[in-house]
Design a protein around this ligand. Structure first.
Ligand SMILES: Cc1cc2nc3c(=O)[nH]c(=O)nc-3n(C[C@H](O)[C@H](O)[C@H](O)COP(=O)(O)OP(=O)(O)OC[C@H]3O[C@@H](n4cnc5c(N)ncnc54)[C@H](O)[C@@H]3O)c2cc1C
Length: 431
């Protein structure tokens, strides 16, 4: 890197915001482009959970670092004292696992496999220094008496995990970026590129050309389209709609204090499971995978379009009630204490192995992608920014990027956009 290199970051979400800050701190001259307004994409539509409970070592390590980084977010961004609102709530993440004897015979093998994988992940997380515990059914019943403990074989509990406030991340991120001299251009779309010798010399934007030394594609679900428009590689990222359901309790089953402290709970893993819920003010936010097909050419309006079969307001034959039925199997008192009030949605940018694509383009040497977050881009943003910084500044030693002391290093190969997806380990804890 030459200090003072010009970088264009495309995308005004959490990834663009934290990359802009890092690169400006490092002496790059940064312009951030957003084709609509800041927070136009998935960053404002997220469940915003953060956890270090993952399956792959690189992800566990990166998220352990991200949890630490978000813990000192305002110090890092030098937020003015009067503006400091909490960016993270450490309510914890609780993965519940079903007892194979408690499920119907057809699902028994899945319950056995889910518990085995859960325990293997726990061992990997502990080896990386994550504070995770295995909780037995009796302990679960004592702590959350409305859980059906007879359903459970155990749980994985991460007390350092929790939820984030993305609008604070991108709001404060771009505030700090501007303070560091970053030019933030909204309503400015990247449309193409002038190239010379396998490099982008100018980014073509809706406001004219921008001379660049580097381009960062931080457009997540839009990233394949943006890469194509610039003449970059094909990115295997599938924009896939995900819905969130907002549940309102009408007959509270716990005190307001207990409600406020509820962790993100994952109601079983494996086929037909994965419903998860966490408190959001007085409501419970419920998420989970539904049968949605990729929408590679989605429009901005499609982000909020609620398709047939997903809108809870038209009856109980929809994905929202399927998720509620999963909760009902584990926590009938909770699932029946109120009803679904609203449905919202946005796009996941799914990669084939559930891990992001962070690294250099194979066709254009000065194009770096940071996209394909597969539903965990908000929590990943601090480590994404560190990796992008290392790629541009040439920090990687033997392909590894050092994190601050005590957090280890990340192998860039794990996130290489050109990795062999048929051979790459699949992130086992993607929900
Ligand atoms: C329902 C749901 C639940 C989720 N839950 C979680 C969760 O619990 N935890 C978690 O960590 N993550 C979660 N995610 C995922 C997370 O929201 C995303 O991974 C993250 O917000 C991606 O941020 P980003 O900045 O990379 O992309 P985005 O926020 O999508 O920003 C990309 C930006 O690029 C802009 N853009 C596109 N094309 C161009 C162009 N040509 N020129 C200029 N700008 C352009 C867009 O307008 C957009 O603003 C969830 C997502 C959804 C939809």
């Amino acid at each position: 890197m030459a200090s003072g290199d010009r970088v264009a970051i495309i995308g005004g979400g959490v990834t663009g915001a934290l990359c802009a800050v890092r690169l400006a701190e490092r002496g790059f001259r940064v312009t951030a482009l957003e084709r609509a307004r800041i927070g136009n994409g998935s960053s404002s539509r997220s469940a915003a959970g953060i956890r270090a409970q993952w399956g792959m070592a690189e992800t566990i390590r990166g998220l352990r670092y991200a949890e630490w980084w978000y813990g000192q977010f305002h110090e890092a961004l030098q937020t003015p004292a009067a503006q400091r609102q909490p960016v993270m709530r450490r309510n914890g993440y609780l993965f519940l696992f079903e007892h194979p004897e408690a499920v119907e015979p057809a699902r028994r093998a899945d319950a056995v496999a889910a518990w085995a994988l859960g325990q293997a992940n726990l061992a990997r997380q502990r080896a990386e220094g994550v504070a995770v515990e295995a909780l037995a059914p009796a302990a679960l019943a004592r702590r959350w008496p409305w859980l059906d403990a007879e359903r459970l074989i155990g749980a994985a509990w991460g007390p350092e995990d929790g939820f984030l406030h993305p609008h604070i991340i991108y709001g404060e991120g771009f505030r700090r970026a501007r303070e560091l001299g970053v030019e933030v251009m909204t309503e400015t779309a990247a449309r193409g590129a002038q190239t010379r010798g396998g490099r982008i010399s100018a980014l073509l934007t809706s406001r004219g050309p921008l001379a660049v030394d580097w381009v960062v594609n931080a457009t997540n679900a839009w990233a394949p389209r943006v890469s194509r428009a610039l003449g970059g590689m094909e990115l295997p990222i599938a924009p896939t709609k995900r819905y969130l359901y907002h549940f309102e309790p009408t007959q509270p089953i716990m005190s307001p204090e207990e409600w406020e402290r509820l962790p993100m709970m994952i109601y079983g893993m494996g086929p037909g499971r994965g419903a998860h819920a966490r408190p959001d003010g007085p409501l419970l936010l419920i998420g989970g995978a539904g049968a949605t097909a990729p929408e590679p050419d989605f429009s901005d309006d499609d982000q909020d379009a609620i398709r047939d079969g997903f809108n809870h307001a038209v009856g109980i034959e929809n994905a929202g009630y399927d998720l509620l039925a999963q909760l009902d199997d584990f926590a009938p008192a909770l699932a029946n204490c109120g009803g679904l009030k609203a449905t919202t949605c946005g796009f996941y940018a799914m990669s084939p192995d559930g891990s992001p694509l962070i690294g250099r383009d194979t066709r254009l040497a000065n194009l770096v992608h940071a996209a394909g977050f597969s539903g965990h881009g908000v929590m990943h943003a601090p480590v994404t920014a560190r990796l992008v910084e290392a790629l541009l500044a040439g920090d990687a030693q033997g392909g590894a990027v050092a994190l601050p002391e005590g957090f280890g290093a990340i192998q860039l190969a794990a996130f290489d956009p050109a990795r062999d997806f048929s051979a790459a380990p699949v992130e086992s804890a993607v929900l």
